[in-house]
Design a protein around this ligand. Structure first.
Ligand code: GLY
Ligand code: MN
Length: 460
């Protein structure tokens, strides 16, 4: 149901909006020229057609429904900026709100697709100058069905013509687990164009990290908030957005895995953990973590811990190649960390025993898995089956993170006091290639020495 239906066809207005006398209304509806949007053909148009064909082949004789979604309320009458559903965009290229992709698969599995979209409002109703959500004079000019069709290489009809989607042979992505699974698993292998998008997202992300270090004086003055804002500026300037809320953990905040409050200070002598990723304009996101010494140089203890996490990450990255289990990177990284923790005298049992999947006591200090798929979503392909993902094997074209960490909570009585409140994670975005792997985020330094040199150069 479109929002216009929910509003009984009335434009979405607010109680404080001025009254619209008939004279104004009539005058507004006249005297406008025609002006087409000049939308070039979308570079993903042909790829999306191939994807739809493959999707349809999985469901002969069925109708597949993939909605773009609509606006989400932030507060009262204020919405978040729209971001289209990942699967919808993957199979259509469309990023406009309130559209629905319908793929009709015939008995042989051949698909016919129509995108039902909400075009810009006509000038013979009030919507274009009164509706805060869809009105052109409030929210901007939406593409017409014709413009969208030309751009996406796909038949586009008005959303009001969406057929009745109730029916036994209809699967809706929002409710159908089987369609969600197939649609997700098809995204595991990234094609060349997607890899370019991810590389771009990583490259812009690297610039955002650099921006943050360049502004270190302000970081020290304003704390975590300055880094969050600085990174966001780069994400908006060159990409679409951040791919997930930035995690800026100064000092003990680094031990909170998803610290997104970013309200704390950045304190000399401590570390700061930055987990940040730019979503590019095709909606592909990077997901990169670096842990930096606030002073620009690591203390001996910080360096020792950092180098242990780096060794674990390196072991994880080296494990990535076609044909190995998805969990190979995790297992390799945990092997290093468990032995490191044993060497520090922290484990209550030998590392070999702790590494037994039925024991895992080392994980008190490692907490999370080492990898997830990356793509249009930061945690990509999330509806794939365990067989295809968690318990599956890596294939050429997969992109995954490798991001081990060590976290010593401030109230952990089982570690020496000097470790309490330290959190370290290092994360890169790794493409599985025929030969092994390629690190898409390699332009950011990883070794403790390289991190120090890089900070020194940027801080001037
Ligand atoms: N970047 C946050 C996460 O991977 O959960
Ligand atoms: Mn991650």
């Amino acid at each position: 149901m479109s929002d216009a239906d929910q509003n009984d066809g009335q434009p979405r207005t607010e109680s404080h909006d001025p009254k619209v006398p008939e004279a104004w209304q009539k005058f507004m509806r006249t005297g406008w020229g025609d002006r087409d949007l000049d939308l070039p053909r979308h570079p993903v148009a042909d790829l999306a057609a191939q994807r739809r064909a493959r999707l349809a082949a999985n469901f002969p004789g069925e109708r597949l429904v993939l909605p773009a979604g609509t606006f989400k309320v932030r507060s009262n009458d204020t919405d978040y900026r729209f971001r289209s559903d990942t699967a919808h965009t993957y199979y259509s290229g469309n990023q406009t709100s309130d559209a629905v992709l319908v793929v009709d698969s015939d008995s042989t599995g051949a698909g016919e697709s129509v995108l039902y979209a909400r075009p810009r409002s006509a000038r013979d109703t009030d919507e274009f100058f009164r509706d805060r959500q869809y009105g052109e004079l409030w929210a901007g000019r939406r593409p017409s069905t014709h413009e969208l069709s030309t751009s996406l290489g796909l038949e586009v009809r008005h959303i009001d013509d969406l057929p009745d989607l109730a029916g036994a042979k209809t699967r809706d992505l929002t409710t159908d687990a089987e369609l969600a699974r197939v649609a997700s698993e098809m995204r595991l292998v990234k094609d060349e164009w997607e890899i370019e998008q991810l590389q771009e997202a990583c490259d812009i992300t690297a610039l955002g990290f650099e921006d943050s270090v360049r502004e270190w004086d302000r970081v020290l003055e304003y704390g975590e908030r300055w880094i969050e804002g600085t990174f966001f500026r780069r994400a908006r300037a060159m990409g679409n957005d951040i791919g997930y809320d930035s995690i800026v953990g100064g000092g003990k905040h680094a031990t909170t895995l998803h610290w997104i409050d970013n309200t704390g200070p950045i304190t000399p002598g401590e570390l700061v953990l930055l987990d940040m990723g730019v979503e590019n304009r095709s909606l592909y996101t990077a997901d990169v973590t670096r842990t930096l010494p606030v002073d620009g140089t690591f203390t001996p203890l910080q360096r020792e811990l950092y180098d242990l996490v780096l060794a674990a990450q390196e072991a994880g990255i080296q494990a990535v190649r076609p044909g190995v289990p998805f969990l190979a990177a995790h297992d390799a990284a945990m092997e290093v960390l468990a032995h490191g923790l044993e060497g520090m005298g922290l484990l209550p049992v030998p590392a070999a025993e702790a590494l037994d999947p039925d024991n895992k006591v080392y994980a008190r200090w490692t907490l999370h898995g080492t990898s997830h798929m990356l793509g249009l979503d930061v945690h990509d392909c999330g509806r794939a089956s365990d067989d295809a993902y968690r318990n599956g094997t890596l294939d050429e074209g997969y992109v995954l993170t490798v991001e081990p960490g060590l976290y010593f909570q401030e109230d952990d009585l089982l570690v020496p006091e000097e470790l309490r409140g330290i959190g370290i994670r290092i994360e890169d975005d790794i493409l599985v290639t025929a030969e092994g792997h390629r690190n898409l985020s390699a332009s950011l330094p990883r070794t403790s020495t390289d991190v120090e040199e890089w900070m020194g150069a940027l801080r001037g």
